[in-house]
Design a protein. Structure first.
Length: 115
């Protein structure tokens, strides 16, 4: 059974979720760029960024194709539920990873200043 904006046909829920996703995505991108700039030598940054973009776009493409197959064979509602479930699981895994490593986190600038 579908839930959320798909089942309720509520545009404001969709727009709020889209806004939160956009803000969080931009913050993750900013943090990733800061981390790469601090950890990778200047002459290798282009290659590292290319590898990250390649992996990201290939994985997004595979997920989109798989959900498209599910939507075609079983219905859009199931595909949306599966996609949302995967996003929730990945978000929980990210929160768990952050919770286990928050004490060892070191902001970029002070870490570089240490001998």
């Amino acid at each position: 059974m579908p839930y959320g904006p798909v089942a309720w046909h509520e545009l404001w829920i969709f727009l709020a979720a889209t806004t939160m996703s956009g803000v969080s995505s931009s913050l993750l991108f900013l943090g990733g760029m800061a981390l790469i700039n601090a950890a990778v030598a200047t002459e290798r940054r282009g290659g590292v960024l290319s590898a990250i973009y390649l992996f990201a776009y290939l994985s997004l493409g595979v997920v989109a194709l798989l959900l498209g197959v599910v939507a075609t064979q079983r219905g859009l509602s199931l595909a949306v539920d599966l996609g949302a479930g995967v996003i929730v699981l990945l978000s929980l895994a990210t929160i768990g990873l952050l919770a286990t490593q928050w004490r060892s986190y070191c902001p970029v600038t002070p870490c570089l200043a240490r001998p």
